[in-house]
Design a protein around this ligand. Structure first.
Ligand code: NCD
Length: 308
């Protein structure tokens, strides 16, 4: 059983815990596929969604996941809350706790904000992205999608190309995939590779060919223009040419390889339109997996709360 109050990151989540979340998520996905969206695991529970950054798919995915499990859901846009009046995160957390929230689902621009919040509230905190640090449920949905294609994550070659430096998705995937026995290859301009990521288990590639050759999974990451004060590369078209993946590049990967991207995609930059719409692309499937994985995380954290 998942023995933790919060889901803050994958850095310290064990193989057994990851396997359990993925198993429950597969079960949830089967129920959703059968049209069963009225489950009762979270009946009588309240989840508040607090996003200090923009989002389309992650916010709606968490909201639907909680609702499909029967929870009551409250949405707070940081711009309309007392945060805009200068309230601290700790005080906001205590206020939400006093309102008997069971789950606080937060996205915050500061890496580590969730650790701070989780220490001061009784509610379970789920990290929906903290700065450039982690995005655990995104990596879990990526792992679920890969498991569906390959049965197992052990020994898979996963090639990640794009803005790795600013990407919480890359870091959570690295931690989760390494724990499950997959190999993670990374390729990007040197300015977009965070220092020391190889010491965390990533294999850094010198060429696109080295990254893509015989890959089982080709994952593009968005070029995060909003996070780049200094120009990290000369132009988007040059980036697309040297670091983007075209249908021709994809031929280097294994014939059964799948293409993934957490979204939102800069069409024609990280991946060409042809690759995004390719029959090997699993980008839409990832979105579906996202709801199932978030249902699994909420259910398992709730089981832990009930066991105490
Ligand atoms: C990512 C994020 O916000 O970290 N998107 C997502 O959650 N699906 C990646 C991104 O913004 O590029």
């Amino acid at each position: 059983m998942l023995k933790r109050k919060d889901l803050l990151g994958l850095i310290d989540v064990s193989k057994d815990e990851l396997s359990e979340i993925l198993d429950v998520a597969a079960h949830m996905k089967a129920k959703l596929k059968a049209g069963d969206k009225c489950l009762s695991e979270l009946k009588g529970k309240t989840a508040t969604i607090l996003f200090y950054e923009n989002s389309t798919r992650t916010r709606t995915s968490f909201e639907l996941a909680a609702k499909y499990l029967g929870a009551q859901v409250v949405n707070i846009a940081a711009g309309t809350s007392s945060v805009a009046k200068g309230e601290t995160l700790v005080d906001t957390g205590k206020t939400l706790d006093a309102q008997l929230n069971d789950f606080l689902i937060m996205r915050h621009p500061m890496g580590g904000a969730h650790y701070l919040l989780s220490k001061v509230v009784n509610a379970s905190v789920l990290n929906a992205g903290d700065g450039m640090n982690e995005h655990p449920t995104q990596a879990l949905l990526d792992m679920l999608t890969m498991t569906e294609s390959f049965g197992n994550l052990q020994g898979l070659k996963v090639a990640i190309l794009g803005d790795i430096k600013h990407s919480r998705v890359a870091k959570s995937n690295l931690f989760g995939l390494r724990t499950m026995g997959a190999e993670v290859y990374m390729y990007a301009p040197e300015t977009l590779i965070p220092k020391g990521i190889d010491r965390l288990g990533a294999k850094l590639c010198k060429t696109k060919e080295e990254a893509l050759q015989d890959a089982d999974v080709v994952m593009g990451l968005r070029i995060q223009l909003e996070r780049q004060q200094a120009g990290n590369f000369p132009s988007l078209s040059e980036y697309a040419h040297f670091y983007g993946v075209s249908a021709n590049d994809l031929k280097l990967a294994k014939p059964h390889a799948i293409v993934m991207h957490p979204g939102p995609v800069n069409r024609g930059v990280e991946l060409t339109g042809k690759v995004i719409d390719h029959d090997q692309s699993r980008i839409e499937e990832q979105v579906f997996s996202g709801i199932a994985v978030r249902m699994a995380a909420l259910k398992l954290l709730n089981d832990y709360r009930n066991s105490k």
